[in-house]
Design a protein around this ligand. Structure first.
Ligand SMILES: Cc1ncc(COP(=O)(O)O)c(C=O)c1O
Length: 304
């Protein structure tokens, strides 16, 4: 049974509803598009953050963890959510952050600091090395009571919470779409008990390696769904890179649908889905569900 603190936390989360996206360019192609609103779960532990962290935290709490150490960029949604949840659960948190310490902490880092997270800034080469440590006890020098959480929560225990998102969908559908950073959320969706087509949209350039990352994560699951692939061409120049075309799309979408997006993950995925719909990629009559993975706090990186 889930840890009592996590049950209490989950009880206070919002409801991830399904919203149909009504747009002439979608209806003209005879397809239906829905957005699964994981952004509504929580303003900070939003979207895939809760989904991935839920059973990782369960594991950490079962081990009587006193401190969770993780890694990420200076606007990381993952670190931001971890710092917040650590404060709620009374677990210390520490972050290895890519790049030099800025003179003034950005709003994301500032929140993390306020929530008691210890911030350590490391060089890009040291950061790359940390990616080698993929298990909770793999970080060299880890002390008793410390738990290592790899980038983006890319661990087997992250997948189970993501499968719950798929189980919540009470509408028949043909295709499930999700943005990818480490592709852990994608792996979780593929591992859910469903044989529907799954499409990941890579948020970064030259991301074909994510196929192997997904296969590695799926190795120890009972997953038999091979109807998945990763769209690699909607990265807009690379991770966190944006173009006027992408921003225009997002502005139009937000105005028409009254749903906030961010340009790093869900914005890029939706641009890609609209593009594929326009190209006639999806068959008439198909119903597509796209997952809004939240992360709206990251927008502060584009407004400052
Ligand atoms: C808002 C948001 N969406 C999508 C992703 C990508 O998730 P994953 O790393 O599991 O592919 C992230 C990163 O964790 C994220 O912060």
């Amino acid at each position: 049974m889930l840890n009592k603190q996590l049950i209490a936390l989950e009880r206070n989360l919002g409801v991830s509803t399904l919203t149909q996206i009504i747009e002439p360019c979608i209806q003209e192609q005879g397809v239906e598009l829905y957005l699964k609103r994981d952004d509504l779960l929580h303003p900070i532990i939003s979207g895939n953050k809760w989904r991935k962290l839920k059973y990782i935290l369960e594991h950490a709490l079962a081990l009587n963890t006193q401190k969770i150490i993780s890694m990420g960029g200076a606007y990381s949604n993952h670190l931001h959510a971890l710092a917040y949840v650590g404060k709620l659960l009374g677990i210390q948190t520490e972050a290895r952050i890519r790049g030099e310490r800025p003179e003034i902490l950005n709003p994301t880092l500032n929140d993390m600091f306020d929530w008691g997270m210890h911030l350590e800034f490391i060089s890009r080469s040291d950061y790359r090395l940390l990616r080698e440590y993929k298990a909770y006890d793999a970080l060299p020098g880890l002390q008793k009571g410390e738990y290592w959480l790899p980038e983006g929560g890319a661990m087997l225990s992250a997948l189970r919470g993501v499968t719950e998102l798929v189980a919540e969908i009470d509408l028949d559908y043909d295709v499930l779409c999700v943005p990818c950073g480490t592709a852990t959320t994608l792996a979780g969706i593929i591992s859910a008990r469903s044989n529907k087509q799954v499409i990941g949209f890579a948020a970064l350039k030259e991301a074909a390696y994510l196929n192997d990352e997904v296969k590695t994560l799926l190795k120890n699951t009972a997953c038999h769904n091979d109807k998945w692939f990763i769209q690699l061409q909607y990265h807009f120049g690379g991770f966190a890179k944006i173009t006027p075309e992408l921003l225009q799309f997002i502005q139009q979408f937000e105005k028409a649908q009254h749903i906030k997006l961010e340009p790093i993950y869900t914005g890029k995925m939706l641009y890609g889905i609209y593009d594929l719909i326009r190209q006639g990629y999806f068959k008439s009559g198909q119903r597509i569900i796209a997952i809004h993975t939240g992360g709206l706090q990251g927008n502060r990186g584009f407004n400052s």
